[in-house]
Design a binder for this molecule. Sequence first.
Ligand SMILES: [Zn+2]
Length: 249
Amino acid sequence: MGSSHAVSGAAGWLAGCAVLAAAGHPVAVPVIIVGAVVAAGSALVPDCDHPSSSVAHTFGPVSKWACRRIGRMCAVLHARTRTALDVRDLDGHRTLTHTVLFALVTGGLIALGGLLGGLVFAGVVMFATTGLAVRALWPRRKRGALGATLAGVLAAAALLTFAPTGGWWWLGVPVAFGCLAHIGGDMLTNTGVPALFPLMLRGRRWRRLRAPRPLRFGTGGRAEHLVRWLMLAAGGVAAGWLLQVAAQM
Ligand SMILES: [Zn+2]
């Protein structure tokens, strides 16, 4: 499902920029482009709680080790905070990193990092998110980890060469947006996600929320492919329109 998440982040960001432009608040072209890449990569981040996810395979053994550790920590947190009605969770997948709280805190931390760290911090974010997005879009390539790392280095180098040094707090917005897009996407699956943790819902702190049954689909099926293509088309239309607006300015 990694590629669908990446597409949802980028297409959602482009659509959001198009809505803002239509409302009379055009977004600067660098913010549109960098934001779309960062949102695409960030839309993979919530799956950093699973050792077999796209995130785990992006930067070789380093990301695999990190994802395994995060999954274990999430499992411990879940075990210590669940109520008697919450279903037991042994691997920590789809717990803390699949909550609105996680998306907002991560976005907030990235915004703070961008404010204090400037362009260098933005380069690190660009490296990581480009790598994640590239790996998700070409998951079957044998040397995917190497390609993702190289793509990340190139994107970060381009940013460090051409972009201004300050004013990078806004990177927190596409990061939070990407995480929320992932959570929304997982809510369309049958498993659902505990999006509103730690709010208590019907006696459960980790109650999994799902879209209404007619809107749900299994991962990797025809419905997911169709949704991905629809999102790609919507993102393409939004990008084309944004380019037109930028050309007229
Ligand atoms: Zn997920």
